[in-house]
Design a protein around this ligand. Structure first.
Ligand code: MTE
Ligand code: MO
Length: 394
C-alpha cells in the first residue's frame, strides 16, 4: 500500500506494452505511436496513454477496499466495490485527453514546463461503471442538485496515490455538484475499461471518468469523495491545468486569476503520417486521424489541406462501423472522438494540414504562437505534417 518510501516506491509498477513511447519512467508517462490511434475507434488498453504523478498504488485486498463519502452531507458513508457494482451499470464511450497533449509542438515556439507529449496523449475507451449521480443519491443528494442544504456545491475526488506536487499527499480534483448529479453528464465511477476489469495503470479498482473534460479531473484509484462548498484546493486544480495568456510568465503569474480548466476545446491531429514522411514518387496518400471536442459537442467537419491551409477538402468522419456519423445525433457517441479520413493526390512535396470544426462551430486556431502558454496546455492548433516527394528539398 502507499507510504512506501525510497527507491522501492516504483518497484511494483505493472507491465506495459514495449511499443509505448516513454516520456518519463518515474512517474510513468507514455503514449502510443500515433498510428496505433487510427487502427480502431476504441483504443486498446495497452495502447491507451498513461499519465501518472506518482507510483501506481497496489490495491491487493479488494474485500477491504472502500470509497468513503464525506463532507457537507447528512450521513457519511463507506461504499464497498459490491455496493458500487450493485448500482445500475452503464457503458459510456468517452475520449480522455491530457491537457498537455501536443505540448512538444508548443515548446518549439518558446519553452514550456511539463511532460513532453506528442500527439497521442489521448485515447477513446468504453468505460463501464456506476453513474456518480446514482452514487450521490445513496447519501441523499437528488439528481440535478446545484447546492445541498448545507451549502455543498462541489464534488471532490481524492485518490490513493501519492505525488510530489501534493507534498506526498494524494492526487485530487473536483467538479461542480450540478455536473456530478446530472445523469446526462455521464460522470462514472468506472471499474471496467473496454469490457475488462480496469487495470492498475488506469485506476484499479475504481476511477472517475468525467466525459468531455480534460483528463486531469478523471481521478484514478479513488479513495474518497467529499462534498465541498468550494472547489478542491489541491495543486492540480489551483496551481496547474489552467490556461494563461501568452503574456504571462513565471515571474508575473498569479494562479488565482484563472479558473481550473474543465471542458477541452476542439482538437484534431493526423495519425497516418509522421511529422515528416518521405515518398519515393508522387501519388495518392491516405490522411487519417482523430477529431474530438469537449463538453459533449460533436464534430461537424474535418478539413484537410495540401497547401498549408490555402485550399481544403473535407474528410469523411466515422465512429462505429456501419453507422454513418452525424454530429450530436442520438446514434453518435457524444463524448467520443471521431476518426477522419481523406485521400489526397500529392504531386510534389507539401505540407498537409488538418483542422476540425465542432457542433458549436468552434474551429481550431491556425497557429500555435497565438495560444502559447507557459504550462503548454491545450495546444489545439492546426496539425501540420510534411510530405517530401523524391529527393526535392521543397
Ligand atoms: N490519482 C490520479 N488520478 C489521475 C492522475 C494521477 O496522476 N493520479 N493523472 C490525471 C491526468 S493529468 C490524466 S490526463 C489522466 C490520465 O488517465 P490515464 O492514465 O488512464 O490515461 O488521469 C488523471 N487522473
Ligand atoms: Mo493530464
Amino acid at each position: 500500500m502507499p507510504g512506501i518510501k525510497g527507491p522501492s516506491e516504483y518497484s511494483r509498477e505493472p507491465p506495459r506494452h514495449p511499443s509505448l513511447v516513454i516520456n518519463s519512467k518515474q512517474p510513468f508517462n507514455a503514449e502510443p505511436p500515433r498510428s496505433a490511434l487510427v487502427t480502431s475507434y476504441v483504443t486498446p488498453v495497452d495502447f491507451f496513454y498513461k499519465r501518472n504523478h506518482g507510483p501506481i498504488p497496489v490495491v491487493d485486498d479488494i474485500e477491504r477496499y472502500s470509497v468513503s463519502l464525506n463532507g457537507l452531507i447528512e450521513t457519511p458513508k463507506e461504499l464497498t466495490m459490491r455496493d458500487i457494482r450493485s448500482l445500475p451499470k452503464y457503458s459510456v464511450a468517452a475520449t480522455l485527453q491530457c491537457a498537455g497533449n501536443r505540448r512538444t509542438a508548443m515548446s518549439k515556439v518558446k519553452t514550456v514546463k511539463g511532460v513532453g507529449w506528442g500527439i497521442s496523449a489521448i485515447g477513446n475507451a468504453v468505460w463501464g461503471g456506476a453513474k456518480l449521480a446514482d452514487v450521490l443519491e445513496l447519501v441523499g443528494i437528488p439528481k440535478f442538485t446545484a447546492a445541498t442544504k448545507s451549502g455543498g456545491k462541489h464534488v471532490e475526488f481524492v485518490s490513493i496515490d501519492k505525488c510530489k506536487e501534493e507534498n506526498g499527499g494524494p492526487y485530487k480534483a473536483s467538479i461542480p455538484l450540478f455536473q456530478a448529479t446530472n445523469p446526462d453528464a455521464d460522470v462514472l465511477l468506472a471499474y471496467e475499461m473496454n469490457g475488462e476489469c480496469l487495470n492498475r495503470d488506469h485506476g484499479y479498482p475504481l476511477r472517475v471518468v468525467v466525459p468531455g473534460v480534460i483528463g486531469a479531473r478523471s481521478v484514478k484509484w479513488l479513495d474518497s469523495i467529499n462534498i465541498l462548498a468550494n472547489e478542491c484546493q489541491g495543486f492540480f486544480m489551483q496551481k496547474d491545468y489552467k490556461m494563461f495568456p501568452p503574456s504571462v510568465n513565471w515571474d508575473n503569474i498569479d494562479w488565482s486569476t484563472r479558473r481550473p480548466q474543465m471542458d477541452f476545446p476542439v482538437q484534431s491531429a493526423i495519425c497516418s503520417l509522421e511529422d515528416l514522411t518521405i515518398m519515393k514518387q508522387p501519388g495518392k496518400v491516405r490522411v487519417s486521424g482523430y477529431a474530438v471536442s469537449g463538453g459533449g459537442r460533436g464534430i461537424e467537419r474535418v478539413d484537410v489541406s495540401m497547401d498549408g491551409g490555402k485550399t481544403w477538402v473535407e474528410a469523411t468522419r466515422y465512429q462505429k462501423p456501419g453507422i454513418s456519423y452525424v454530429s450530436d445525433d442520438t446514434n453518435s457517441d457524444k463524448w467520443a472522438w471521431v476518426l477522419f479520413e481523406a485521400t489526397v493526390d500529392v504531386p510534389h512535396s507539401v505540407e498537409i494540414v488538418a483542422k476540425a470544426v465542432d457542433s458549436a462551430a468552434n474551429v481550431q486556431p491556425e497557429s500555435v504562437q497565438e495560444i502559447w502558454n507557459l504550462r503548454g496546455v491545450l495546444n489545439t492548433s492546426w496539425h501540420r505534417v510534411q510530405l517530401r516527394v523524391g529527393h526535392s528539398n521543397l
